[in-house]
Design a protein around this ligand. Structure first.
Ligand SMILES: Cc1cc2nc3c(=O)[nH]c(=O)nc-3n(C[C@H](O)[C@H](O)[C@H](O)COP(=O)(O)OP(=O)(O)OC[C@H]3O[C@@H](n4cnc5c(N)ncnc54)[C@H](O)[C@@H]3O)c2cc1C
Ligand code: FES
Length: 259
């Protein structure tokens, strides 16, 4: 992990209140693994005082983050221009584990809920580099909150979308789409499920996985302060006691959590 003054290479509006920012941070780009994150000091002043955590969205010599403007820190970030500098600490946390080789052929099912798509594009890229069959399900409340569909379609042909209000893709929760996909796809694979999104969705997907004995890795978006394991402010209850989301996670095996 390093604290870097990174040059903003671009910062573009890509949807309703969503931005993609590319940052010149070659050390972080080299060291990053899918599911890890960075802590960014959004403001040059004291407000907001704490850095904000963002998943590493893509790595390409530089790193990219995909963020939604929800408050003070992200509002300031959205106002940054190409050529400005920001303090970036990373890469942080424990990311996703890729499937191990086994007697059965592995397949990965990636499930993204809303802004939860942010860490999953980089994961999909790494899985397909390893020639692992990858299916992507994207869910959101409504059409304009569906993120990264084009990015995922460049990586895999199997991308399915659902919206809660039926304005795009299948009508209903992404968990229902997951059920339907499982009914219609082959089961000769050893399935591993990767999921990031709101907690309710994570729990629902984890239950379906438990019923079918699929490994399920969930990426949690807990509130964080230091991001490095020093403040103990991001405790997550697990079956083996409290763990820290910023250090032991943000990715956890769903069966290890005390939901
Ligand atoms: C490991 C990790 C990775 C993340 N990756 C991304 C990402 O890739 N893209 C992205 O847009 N966001 C991501 N988040 C959430 C992001 O950190 C928060 O949205 C951000 O800190 C909000 O800062 P703010 O100052 O704009 O809002 P604040 O003024 O701090 O808060 C505004 C609103 O956002 C809510 N909020 C604040 N922090 C979080 C959080 N951690 N999770 C959910 N809601 C929160 C608050 O409850 C409040 O309602 C991630 C969080 C974590 C812990
Ligand atoms: S945010 Fe400080 S210990 Fe996790």
């Amino acid at each position: 992990m390093k604290d870097i003054k990174a040059k903003i290479l671009s910062n573009k509006l890509v949807g309703r209140a969503y931005y993609k920012m590319a940052l010149g941070a070659p050390y972080i780009a080299r060291a990053a693994k899918p599911g890890q994150f960075v802590q960014i000091k959004c403001s040059d002043g004291l407000e907001p005082f704490l850095r904000r955590p963002f998943s590493i969205h893509r790595v390409n010599g530089s790193i990219e983050i995909l963020y939604e403007v929800v408050g003070k820190g992200t509002e300031i970030l959205a106002g940054k221009k190409q050529g400005d500098f920001v303090d970036v600490l990373g890469p942080l946390g424990t990311g996703f584990s890729l499937p191990l080789t086994s007697s059965l052929e592995p397949r990965a099912i990636i499930i993204a809920g809303g802004i939860g798509a942010a860490p999953l594009v980089y994961l999909a890229e790494e899985l397909t580099k390893k020639k692992i069959k990858t299916i992507v399900l994207i869910g959101a409340k409504t059409k304009d909150a569906i993120l990264c569909e084009k990015d995922f379609k460049k990586i895999t042909r199997e991308v399915y979308v659902s919206t809660d209000d039926g304005t795009y893709g299948c009508h209903g929760f992404v968990s229902r789409l997951f059920h339907n996909i499982l009914k219609t796809t082959e089961s000769r694979f050893e399935t591993i499920v990767y999921v990031c999104g709101p907690n309710g969705m994570l729990k629902c997907i984890a239950e379906i996985c438990a019923e079918r004995s699929f490994e399920c890795q969930v990426s949690l978006e807990e509130k964080m302060a230091c991001g490095t394991g020093a403040c103990l402010g991001c405790a997550v209850p697990t079956k083996s006691g409290n763990k820290l989301a910023c250090k032991d996670g943000p990715v956890f095996n769903a069966t290890s959590l005390s939901w």
